[in-house]
Design a binder for this molecule. Structure first.
Ligand code: A2P
Ligand code: 11C
Length: 355
């Protein structure tokens, strides 16, 4: 079977990765439509060695489309995703537009592949910093029951989009030429700096990014009472987000017991040696499909506590890859989940376009 695909936001940081991954993972693509703003209409992008013209995203862009990937910002999703869904496409939306909508499944295949079955033509992809965290938390939650999570993030500039990559590149150029370093997109210079602010501020002093990590995690893990607090920080890294995570569990937990769980869990790789370099960093996990954990240790500040470090390529696992559900990797996840869902798995496979 071939699927007619539309990519809304094809010229953006995540949109480009959709194309890379559709190609690299040999996704069965029939017709391909690349959509962006009027600014990019008429330019070309390559897919499998062939040039494709970028078209302006419009309400009638989705005739004959089977799957529409959206990564063009929340406002565009709100405006155009309903048109794509109405035209019969399954929308996989990367923005925050529909994530907390009770009729829209919020899916991370390693955590809640079953949720996809409830879709009414729109499936939401969580925020990137949420995705890597829940991949690590879910199997631990199943074994030990997590009651509290504290997290501090170290988020790469590509999370903001193509324009932020360009801003940091420009600052590098200015610095190496001895010019004054300027900034436009971020409120302060990001090069050689940190900015403890991701997405917009809310009334209580948290940012929207921090509250996405709270609400989305509860929805994906089906744990409405889990206590979660986040501090999200932008760092001068081009790609891949890192997180320091502290958890408190109902049952006693040890580093060895957690590592034994992660060894079997889908989507997780462990780099956990107590020596210089014995941990994952953003540079080395870039373009990897997995979520990495390391620095696993007892949290000595509470009972039943564990502290660890978690890194993933947020453009792949945190966005485009998490959306590409029809591949052998999903089968691996489904094998893991077969233990829990038994025969239901067939329905899930169908919903994931596998059968
Ligand atoms: P364009 O390149 O034409 O501006 P990023 O996350 O890297 O900032 O990318 C955002 C994506 O969303 C780009 O593909 C961008 O297209 C697209 N986009 C932004 N505004 C609009 C709009 N008004 N209509 C359609 N696509 C848009
Ligand atoms: C960042 N996590 O790193 C953001 C990008 O809600 O999908 C993704 C925002 C979102 O800035």
């Amino acid at each position: 079977v071939q699927y007619n695909i539309a990519v809304a936001g094809a010229t953006g940081a995540v949109g480009q990765e959709f194309l890379t991954l559709l190609e690299a993972r040999n996704f069965s693509v029939g017709k391909l439509k690349l959509l962006a703003s009027a600014r990019s209409a008429g330019t070309t992008l390559n897919f499998k060695g062939k040039p494709y013209k970028v078209e302006e995203l419009k309400a009638d862009s989705f005739q004959d489309c089977d799957i529409a990937f959206f990564s063009a910002g929340g406002d565009r999703s709100k405006e155009f995703a309903p048109h794509a869904a109405k035209a019969g496409a399954v929308v996989i939306d990367n923005s925050s537009a529909f994530r907390m909508d009770k009729d829209v499944p919020l899916v991370v295949p390693e955590c809640n592949p079953d949720a996809v079955m409830q879709h009414k033509n729109i499936i939401a992809n969580p925020n990137c910093s949420t995705i890597q965290m829940v991949v690590a938390l879910k199997p631990i939650h199943m074994q030990f029951g997590i009651k509290r999570v504290r997290v501090a993030t170290y988020q790469a500039v590509s999370g903001t989009g193509q324009s932020a990559i360009e801003e940091m590149e420009n600052q590098i150029r200015q610095y190496t030429k001895g010019e004054m370093v300027t900034h436009k997109l971020y409120p302060k210079q990001i090069l050689f700096n940190l900015i403890p602010h991701v997405d917009v501020f809310l009334e209580d002093g948290y940012t929207k990014e921090e509250m996405k990590m709270v609400h989305e995690t509860r929805k994906i893990m089906d744990a409405p009472a889990m206590e979660i607090s986040a501090t999200c920080v932008r760092v001068p890294v081009f790609r891949s987000h890192s997180e320091a995570i502290w958890i408190e569990t109902d049952k006693p937990i040890t580093p060895d017991a957690a590592l034994a769980v992660w060894e079997k869990a889908p989507g997780i790789k462990i780099i956990n040696r107590k020596e210089p370099g014995g941990y994952p960093t953003p540079l080395e996990v870039t373009k990897s499909y997995d979520t990495y954990v390391g620095r696993v240790r007892q949290d000595i500040a509470c009972r039943n506590g564990l502290s660890f470090w978690c890194v993933a390529d947020q453009l792949y696992k945190g966005a485009a890859l998490n959306d590409l559900k029809s591949d052998p990797y999903i089968r691996e996840c489904l094998d893991y989940w077969r233990q829990l869902f038994g025969e239901e798995i067939q329905k899930i496979e169908k919903a994931l376009f596998l059968s």
